[in-house]
Design a protein. Structure first.
Ligand code: ZN
Length: 317
């Protein structure tokens, strides 16, 4: 089977018909179709891609669409919503694109539900710089305090020390949170490690700029998405894939494409070593992910795994 394991409906102007035309044109048997759900999208000014649209597309083309859904873990009924949609045919917890950290109790409640229905989870990692802004009601003192936190230094006290002070002093943490514009999708590697160990039976599929920038030990220093240059030392992404049997990855989106396009000799080794853990996908970006894989001369056996067998096997459990 040939599968695009990361797609969305109504994202980057792709309609139901566009998806079917795309699958036909490239001879893909089917695609994984995923939601984005944030309980308060207006807060961060982000787009939601609701399960209803994914599910309707699936009902119209049940042999071409594999429906997936990741409820916002911040909703109280997130585990119940997931179980309910799985009983209607949803096959994956995707795309988990949340500002909630892996260590959060709410996220763990959702993972407990995932365990029950035995589905893979696709997660998005993205670190954006924390942007803070004063509220209109802030006093002069609060304006000064925010300036100190933003600038990172107070009479020689480094930023990390200030941040630690904020972390341990709960009211100040709450105060800061109220003034944070967008915290990023902060599913960092340290807490990812904890959850991979804690949920060995859940198959996690990583993706996104923060995940892929760590293919190299330089952490994508030159740019997190459009990273370039020879990889001199492998990064966390590689050691995590090697050390955790329940971690997989999809190569979709510009982040996956550029991570593999920067150093073809490295990519050939990387894709060969993890040929049973990586999934082809595009995330609606026509960058030529498949052409890139073809150009690396990986051989038919590895190509078949990347282009569909791995995705197929992840759904058979
Ligand atoms: Zn996506």
């Amino acid at each position: 089977m040939r599968i695009d394991a990361h797609m969305h409906i109504n994202f980057r102007n792709i309609s139901t018909q566009n998806i079917i035309d795309y699958l036909n044109k490239h001879r893909y048997d089917c695609c994984w179709l995923m939601t984005w759900e944030d309980a308060a999208p207006e807060k961060w000014n982000i787009q939601n891609l609701p399960i209803e649209n994914v599910y309707n597309t699936f009902l119209r083309h049940p042999t071409r669409i594999i429906p997936m859904y990741a409820p916002d873990p911040q909703c109280d009924d997130a585990p119940g919503k997931l179980l309910q949609w799985c009983s209607r045919g949803v096959r994956g917890g995707a795309e988990l694109k949340t500002t909630v950290n892996w260590r959060s109790v709410k996220l763990k409640r959702l993972l407990d539900a995932v365990l029950k229905v035995k589905i893979p989870v696709v997660f998005h990692m993205e670190n954006r710089p924390e942007v803070l802004e004063n509220l209109k009601t802030d006093t002069r003192l609060e304006v000064v305090l925010l300036k100190i936190l933003q600038s990172g230094r107070l009479k020689g006290i480094p930023k990390r020390v200030l941040e630690m002070a904020v972390e341990v002093y709960a009211p100040l943490e709450r105060w800061k949170k109220q003034r944070t514009l967008f915290p990023g999708y902060k599913l960092d590697f340290a807490s990812l490690r904890v959850v991979l160990k804690e949920y060995p039976m859940v198959k996690f599929i990583g993706h996104g700029p923060l995940f892929w920038q760590h293919i190299s030990a330089d952490g994508g220093k030159n740019a997190c998405i459009q990273q370039q240059g020879i990889i001199r030392k492998e990064g966390l992404t590689c050691s995590f894939l090697r050390n955790y049997p329940n971690l997989y990855a999809d190569i979709s989106a510009p982040s996956g494409f550029h991570a593999l396009n920067r150093d073809h000799a490295f990519s050939r080794r990387f894709l060969s070593e993890f040929s049973n853990k990586l999934l082809f996908g595009t995330d609606n970006y026509p960058l030529g992910h498949e052409d890139l894989l073809k150009s690396l001369g990986l051989g038919p056996k590895i190509m078949r795994r990347l282009m569909g067998t791995n995705a197929e096997q992840l759904l058979m459990q």
